[in-house]
Design a binder for this molecule. Structure first.
Ligand SMILES: NC(=O)c1ccc[n+]([C@@H]2O[C@H](COP(=O)([O-])OP(=O)(O)OC[C@H]3O[C@@H](n4cnc5c(N)ncnc54)[C@H](O)[C@@H]3O)[C@@H](O)[C@H]2O)c1
Length: 313
């Protein structure tokens, strides 16, 4: 017998597919909804024949009908890498606005709990470091990242409005950079870029002088955090989820080059507009309220990630 019925929007994407794996392992019944705009059926291929798993290829911005009760909704659908959302700015704004509205309506109708995948990008190029949940952010509303940043900020505001007006049990996860198997090799994010370049012996391209920082959380830690947040008590909770282990981008490039035994040269290129200079979550709230903190070291997570990318070549 399945425990709960859980919808995962964006369930064929990187983070969503790992959530689906986790929930199926827990014995839940999972409905994965994805229009495959940036996700892949390959990510869920092992689940497709599982009796508790259903895949619906659908755009959640256009609405979604599910018969029967629903207990929880992980609303993960949105292009997430800068390359994807800059190619799909209107679709990104639609899924984070209309798509989020549709899923909040469903949560209200079914009295289901909903977790919104928000992002550290709501902090923009932060003037406060590390970022705590009460920081309001420093975002350019018409910059190249605004379709993502601003629509996620709207999604958060909408979720809180449903919480206030309809008592929908909402959780908001502000996800910081996450990495691991099933990232797309060409999605333009730092880790896949560097790993693929190093494995192929191409130049490792750094944008800027590499002194900008990022904090990377391994995927299993992230899924652990997200599921804890979903199952935690307080409605309307907003929590940073990420690994506070802050690294300079140039150090990440060197580490990946060493771990892959690559002869790649490291080259430096102009920094894109509005690229955040520092990124590090303050996860005190997640520790206090969820008893969660990442346990996979960057070295251990990178080893698994490099191994996985090697098998994809
Ligand atoms: N990966 C990260 O480091 C990171 C950081 C911050 C926030 N997030 C958030 O986490 C979520 C998942 O990110 P990801 O890295 O797995 O990205 P991803 O691109 O791998 O997954 C997103 C999934 O959503 C699907 N999707 C997009 N628009 C849709 C629509 N209209 N209808 C149905 N499905 C749609 C895509 O096809 C894809 O499978 C996103 O909401 C993203 O904003 C991710």
């Amino acid at each position: 017998m399945a425990n709960k019925t859980i919808i995962v929007t964006g369930g064929a994407g990187f983070i969503g597919s790992h959530i689906c794996d986790w929930l199926i392992d827990e014995g839940d019944k999972v409905v994965c909804v994805d229009n495959l705009v940036t996700g892949k059926k390959d990510n869920i291929k092992l689940l497709l024949r599982h009796p508790n798993f259903t895949f619906m290829e659908q755009d959640v911005s256009r609405g979604l009908k599910i018969a029967g009760p629903v207990d929880q909704i992980y609303h993960m659908s949105s292009p997430a890498s800068p390359i994807d959302y800059q190619k799909l700015p209107i679709e990104t704004m639609m899924v984070n606005s209309l798509g989020t509205k549709n899923m909040l309506d469903m949560a209200n109708e079914k009295r289901a709990r909903i977790l919104l995948a928000s992002t550290s990008e709501v902090y923009g190029d932060p003037e406060k470091h590390p970022q705590t949940e009460d920081y309001w952010g420093h975002v350019n509303p018409i910059g190249p990242r605004s379709c993502y940043d601003e629509s996620k900020r709207f999604a958060e505001a909408l979720a809180m409005a449903f919480n206030k007006m309809h008592y929908v049990d909402v959780k908001i996860a502000r996800i910081f950079n996450t990495y691991g198997p099933r990232m797309r090799a060409n999605d333009g994010r730092v880790i896949p870029n560097f790993v693929m370049q190093a494995l192929k012996g191409y130049d490792i391209t750094i944008y800027g002088d590499g002194s900008q920082t990022r904090s990377f959380c391994y995927i299993t830690d992230m899924v652990d955090g997200l599921t804890r947040l979903m199952n935690s008590g307080k409605s309307g909770e907003i929590v940073n989820m990420g690994n506070p282990d802050e690294r300079k981008v140039v150090d990440v490039a060197k580490m990946i080059r060493d771990m892959t035994n690559s002869n790649s040269k490291i080259t430096f290129h102009p920094l894109p507009k509005d690229d955040p200079t520092r990124r590090k979550p303050d996860i005190t709230r997640a520790k206090d309220k969820l008893g969660w903190e990442p346990i996979i070291s960057f070295e251990a997570g990178m080893k698994k990630t490099i191994d996985w990318f090697s098998t994809q070549m």
